[in-house]
Design a protein around this ligand. Structure first.
Ligand code: 3PG
Ligand code: MG
Length: 401
C-alpha cells in the first residue's frame, strides 16, 4: 500500500494550499460535456475550504504545448467548478505564475478559491522545469495533489512541486490509490481481469503484467481477434493486428506458466458493416464469414464469462468487449457489465474499472454507479495496470519519507 500523507495530516487553516486537480474535461463549444472530473475533485476543495484553507486550484487543459492557446483556457471552468462547490465563489487568475497569479492569490480569504490559468501554457510544466515549479511554489504554503489521472506525467505541477512544499494526497487521489491497491496489490481471489479495446499493441505491457497477477483474463474487443488470428482462427475482415501474432502467442504462453486462464470468445456477432442496426448474426468463432467482421462477442461467450465471473471475488475492467457505441454491438459489454454490477450489489464482488472508453461503456450500460469503484483516469489507469510507478504517486511517497 502506498505511503503518503493525506488531508488528515495537514494543518491548513489560514494557509495557501496549491491544489493540483485534473480539470481536463471533455468540452464542446465552450461547454463541459461531462463534469465527472469536476464533481470528483469537489470533495477535497470543499473539505479544504471548510477547514479555512485559501485554495489555489491548478490544472492543465488539452495539449497547448507551452503556448497560450485561447480555446484551451481554463476560464470557462470557473463556473462549473463553482457550481460543483455548491455555488462557492471561484476567482480566475489569467496566468498560473507571476504577478497575475500572485495578485489573485493575495486577495483570497480563508475558505476562498482561486483557479489558475492552464499550466501547460508554459513549457516549464511538461518539462518538469525546476524554475517553473519554484514560481508555482511562490503561490502556496502547502501542496495537495488530487490528480491521479495526471499522475503518469512527470510534469512540474505533479512532480517537481511535490519536492518544494509539504505535500499530501487529496481525497480523490487517496480513493483512487486505495481502491486500486485493493484490486491488484492484495486482492481477494480469484481475481478476473476483463480487457477489451481495439489493439493488443497499445496494451502489451498491461497484458504482460495482468497475466502474472490475475487468475483469469477475459479478452474481448478488437484485440481478441488478434489473439484468435494468432491461434489460426480465420476472422474475416475483422480488425486485427496481424503483425502481433507472435506477441499474442507469447502472452498466451506466459499466462499458462503463471496459471492464468485466458478466456477468448467462442462465438461472435458478425456483420458486413459497422452501422447502427446493421444486419448481423451470431456465428461460431470458427465460422466467421470471409467478407464479414466480428463486431461483438457472441451470446454463448457472454454466458460463459458471466458464469466464470460468478467464481470471482475481484474484477478489474478496462476496455469494451465490442463496438459498444454502435448498437446492437453493445450487447456483450452491457451484459457482462450488468452481471458484474449485480454481483457487486450483492456484496460478492469488488469491481474496479477505468481507462479510456471504459467509463463511457459502463455509463452506456447504466451500471457505472454500481461498480465498487470507477477511476477518473485514462492513461494513468493503464500505466497502473502495467505495474508502472507513476511519477506523481512516487513524488507523494517521497514527500512522506
Ligand atoms: C487525461 O485526460 O488523460 C489526463 O488529464 C492527462 O492528459 P494528457 O494525456 O494530455 O497528459
Ligand atoms: Mg490522456
Amino acid at each position: 500500500m502506498a505511503r503518503f500523507r493525506t488531508l488528515d495530516d495537514l494543518d491548513v487553516k489560514g494557509r495557501r494550499v496549491l491544489l493540483r486537480a485534473d480539470l481536463n474535461v471533455p468540452m464542446r463549444e465552450g461547454r463541459v460535456t461531462d463534469t465527472t472530473r469536476i464533481d470528483r475533485s469537489a470533495p477535497s476543495i470543499d473539505e479544504l475550504a471548510r477547514k479555512g484553507a485559501r485554495i489555489v486550484l491548478m490544472s492543465h487543459f488539452g495539449r497547448p504545448k507551452g503556448r497560450r492557446v485561447p480555446e484551451m483556457s481554463l476560464a470557462p471552468l470557473a463556473k462549473p467548478v463553482a457550481a460543483a462547490l455548491g455555488g462557492r465563489r471561484v476567482v480566475f487568475a489569467e496566468d498560473c505564475i507571476g504577478p497575475a497569479a500572485l495578485d489573485v492569490v493575495r486577495t483570497l480569504g480563508d475558505g476562498e478559491v482561486a483557479l489558475l490559468e492552464n499550466l501547460r501554457f508554459h513549457a516549464g510544466e511538461e518539462a518538469n522545469d525546476s524554475a517553473f515549479a519554484h514560481e508555482l511554489a511562490e503561490l502556496g504554503d502547502l501542496y495537495v495533489n488530487d490528480a491521479f489521472s495526471t499522475a503518469h506525467r512527470a510534469h512540474a505541477s505533479v512532480e517537481a512541486l511535490a519536492r518544494l512544499l509539504p505535500a499530501a494526497a487529496g481525497r480523490l487521489m487517496q480513493a483512487e490509490l486505495e481502491h486500486l491497491a485493493e484490486a491488484l496489490e492484495a486482492p481477494t481471489r480469484p481475481v478476473v481481469a476483463v480487457v477489451g479495446g481495439a489493439k493488443v499493441s497499445t496494451k502489451l505491457d498491461l497484458l504482460g503484467n495482468l497475466v502474472e497477477r490475475v487468475d483469469m483474463l477475459v479478452i474481448g474487443g478488437g484485440m481478441a481477434n488478434t489473439f484468435l488470428n494468432a491461434l489460426g482462427v480465420a476472422i474475416g475482415r475483422s480488425i486485427c493486428e496481424h503483425d502481433m501474432a507472435e506477441t499474442a502467442r507469447r502472452i498466451i504462453e506466459q499466462a499458462k506458466a503463471a496459471h492464468c486462464d485466458i478466456i477468448l470468445p467462442t462465438d461472435a456477432q458478425v456483420a458486413a458493416a459497422l452501422e447502427p442496426g446493421a444486419p448481423n448474426r451470431t456465428v461460431s468463432i470458427k465460422e466467421v464469414p470471409a467478407e464479414e467482421m466480428v463486431l461483438d462477442v457472441g451470446p454463448a461467450s457472454v454466458a460463459h464469462v458471466v458464469r466464470r465471473l460468478g467464481e470471482c471475488r475481484t474484477l478489474v475492467w478496462n476496455g469494451p468487449l465490442g463496438c459498444f457505441e454502435v448498437p446492437p454491438f453493445d450487447a456483450a459489454t452491457n451484459a457482462v457489465a450488468q452481471a458484474a454490477a449485480e454481483q457487486t450489489r450483492a456484496g460478492r464482488l469488488l469491481s474496479v474499472a477505468g481507462g479510456g472508453d471504459t467509463v463511457a461503456a459502463l455509463l452506456h450500460a447504466g451500471v457505472a454507479e454500481d461498480f465498487s469503484y470507477v477511476s477518473t483516469a485514462g492513461g494513468a489507469f493503464l500505466e497502473w495496470l502495467e505495474g508502472k510507478t507513476l511519477p506523481g504517486v512516487a513524488a507523494l511517497e517521497a514527500a512522506a519519507d
